[in-house]
Design a protein around this ligand. Structure first.
Ligand code: ZN
Length: 519
């Protein structure tokens, strides 16, 4: 176990002991809950905010011109809503900006069909409009498999993946809200995480061909584009970053060195695949124009504050990631989460709340490529006692809590305690005014895959709400539009976030922290 600074241990203990020694049951400020409910349910602006983000601004790929435009709008909107200290804050060298500017794809033979698909992020474009026969090369696993295609792909459009069987069960079942049984199972979980027996990874097989090696082979062989299918949902494409992009940091050279890679919806992709399997030629026409920036740029988060009063140097945060994939407007993933956080701040401003601690709203970037925006922010502002290279910053002790929405756009039904038993009574009390929303569940479970993890990983309280899985099924697909959002759900979420932020900002003490897990 690496050593943790003594002052830090003392501080953590003081908070934990302080909370339990007080002995007083925590209470909710019902008068404030009434004001927040009235403003947030009867004069909500959340759909107007999320509507602008999704309909006017659209997809917000990290470090794209689209994202930069959306961030300027967010800064302006935060300022118009009365937030202070609004900043677009760069956090790391991210790569060359990438935007898709034009795309068309058609099957010309044996039958005309406009094809639905999307260029994969951080890939190159075609040289103008290209008409080319299609060929299947979907069974390449090993280096030996490559030999079967050597010399046979020049000037062709490659179907690079096997056909995808549609998940008809998912199509017919639809999505439903969490049932009382679903919530009970979460509440009854005793441990933060299910115990798993560690699996030993198989030894690396040098014969296997990585996805990026396969793409490099297609390029070297003179193919003109690669079509692929990675979704089992009718009408949907998934899989939005070129293979290897995360490792090479979205470099301009690597982006331009790839072929155009295009994800096609399964019913269109599978049709071409079956026709080719009959030995009947398929001819396609494709044109892709992508704009690739000419220099490495920094990605940025957008932040704004309601300054506190007597405890203004301490901070309560709420937010979500603003970045999305580019093929839809990232409505549930997660313009909705950003709109909810901003609406929560708007509600507090509108009712004249004077929080003791500063309430800071964050629109993260780089989440979809690995929580980069929130992690770098935590490292820069608060530090991480588990990482000696980063260390603990003075503001580590000034931080109270972070609340996140990113499990779709469904209503909050409770909150995951992230293994922190010390907040159970506090959160239970704050949930009371919203029982009629069906906001009732406290689960000790630790959940991942989004920005509260960046705080939790540094020993700081960060929480994600339990959400109905409505709308969220569209995340990471071309179907993630405004239409999947439900106004009432987002209005209720904003009300809850406003109240949790307010209570945390007014509490006598910071949100208690769990003990730092051994390294
Ligand atoms: Zn997300």
């Amino acid at each position: 176990m690496r050593s943790v600074p003594r002052t830090l241990i003392a501080a953590v203990l003081a908070v934990v002991i302080g909370a339990s020694a007080s002995g007083q049951a925590p209470t909710a400020d019902w008068d404030m809950a009434a004001k927040i409910r009235e403003e947030g349910l009867q004069r909500s602006q959340v759909m107007d905010i999320v509507g602008y983000m999704t309909d006017v601004l659209g997809g917000r790929l990290s470090l794209s011109e689209d994202m930069k435009r959306a961030q300027l709008w967010a800064k302006d909107k935060m300022e118009k809503l009365g937030l202070e200290n609004v900043v677009i804050e760069p956090f790391m060298d991210y790569g060359a900006a990438w935007d898709n500017e034009y795309f068309s794809l058609h099957m010309l033979e044996p039958d005309y069909l406009p094809l639905v698909g999307f260029p994969i992020a951080y890939t190159s474009g075609t040289k103008g409009k290209v008409v080319a026969p299609a060929v299947i090369a979907a069974d390449i696993q090993t280096k030996k498999d490559l030999e079967r295609y050597r010399g046979k792909l020049k000037g062709l459009v490659v179907l690079g993946t096997p056909p995808f069987t549609l998940d008809m069960a998912a199509l017919t079942q639809g999505v439903s809200r969490l049932t009382p049984d679903d919530l009970r199972l979460m509440e009854e979980a005793v441990l933060p995480r299910p115990q798993r027996t560690p699996t030993v990874p198989p030894p690396p097989n040098p014969d296997l061909v990585k996805a990026e090696e396969r793409m490099a082979f297609f390029k070297a062989e003179g193919a003109v584009a690669v079509l692929q299918c990675e979704s089992g949902m009718l009408g949907a494409v998934r899989g939005f970053s070129r293979p290897g992009a995360n490792e090479d940091k979205w470099s301009r050279e690597k982006t331009l060195a790839t072929l155009p890679i295009i994800a096609v919806i399964p019913e269109h992709y599978n049709r071409m695949y079956r026709v080719l399997k009959r030995g009947i030629p398929v001819k396609v026409e494709v044109e892709v124009r992508n704009r690739v920036g000419d220099k490495i740029e920094k990605a940025s988060n957008v932040l704004g504050e309601i300054p506190g009063t007597d405890l203004a140097d301490q901070v309560v945060m709420l937010g979500a990631h603003y970045d999305s994939w580019h093929e839809a407007s990232g409505a549930s993933d997660t313009a909705a989460g950003c709109a909810v956080a901003l609406e929560a701040a708007r509600i507090l401003k509108a009712i004249g709340a004077k929080p003791r601690r500063t309430i800071r709203v964050a629109f993260w970037a780089g989440e979809e490529q690995g929580l980069h925006g929130s992690r770098e922010y935590v490292n820069a502002h608060f530090g991480n006692p588990k990482d000696p290279k980063i260390g603990v910053k003075p503001d580590y002790e000034k931080f109270s809590v972070y609340f996140n929405q990113d499990y779709g756009a469904g209503q909050f039904r409770g909150i995951y305690l992230q293994g922190n038993e010390h907040v159970r009574r506090l959160f239970a009390a704050w949930m009371e005014p919203f029982k009629d929303f069906g906001f009732t569940a406290l689960s000790i479970q630790s959940v991942g895959s989004t920005d509260h993890v960046s705080f939790d990983a540094a020993g700081l309280p960060g929480f994600q709400f339990i959400q109905d899985r409505i709308g969220g099924t569209a995340g990471h697909t071309n179907l993630d539009f405004y239409d999947t959002l439900r106004a009432e759900d987002l209005m209720k979420n904003a009300v809850i976030e406003a109240f949790f932020a307010y209570q945390a900002a007014m509490a006598d003490q910071r949100i208690p922290r769990k003990q730092l897990n051994p390294l």
